[in-house]
Design a protein around this ligand. Sequence first.
Ligand SMILES: C[S@@+](CC[C@H](N)C(=O)[O-])C[C@H]1O[C@@H](n2cnc3c(N)ncnc32)[C@H](O)[C@@H]1O
Length: 137
Amino acid sequence: MNMWLEYFQNAEIHGIDYIPNTVPEGAIFHQVDCEDEQAIMSFATENNQWDILIDDGGHTMLQQQLAFKHLWKTVKPGMFYVIEDLHTSFLPYLSRCNKENLPTTYEMLMALKMEQNLKMNLSRASLLKKLKMKLHQ
Ligand SMILES: C[S@@+](CC[C@H](N)C(=O)[O-])C[C@H]1O[C@@H](n2cnc3c(N)ncnc32)[C@H](O)[C@@H]1O
C-alpha cells in the first residue's frame, strides 16, 4: 500500500483488512473479514465506484472467490479488478485443501472465460444463421 500511495499521489486509496488499522497513513481503512460473505456484501453496497481494485488479501480460494463475487461489480465499467498471487490456485495447501471444496480461483476464472466465449460463439452462430436466411430469401 505504501507503494500505491507513493505512485498515485492524487488518488484516494482505501485498504481492507480483518486486522484493525493495518493501512499506512494517507489511506482509508475498512475492517472487513473477506471470509465473511455478509461483511463483504455490506462493504460492496456502501463502496461501489472503484477505478482499480486489487485483491492482495489472504490468497485463499474462499477469500478470492467471495471477494470476486461481490466486489467485481463495484468496479466502474472498463476499469480494473486485479487478483494478486493467483498462483495460489496451484499451491496444494491453499487450493486442493480448502475446506469448502471450492474449485480453484484459476478454474473459476477459466470457466467464466469459457462461458463468455460460448455466449459469443452462440450469438455469432445465430447472426450467421440470420444472414444465411436473408441471403437465401
Ligand atoms: C500479503 S498481505 C498484503 C497486505 C497489503 N495488501 C499490502 O500490500 O500492504 C495480506 C493481508 O491480508 C490480510 N488478510 C488475511 N486474511 C484476511 C481476511 N480473512 N480478511 C481480510 N484480510 C485478510 C492479512 O491480515 C494481511 O494484511
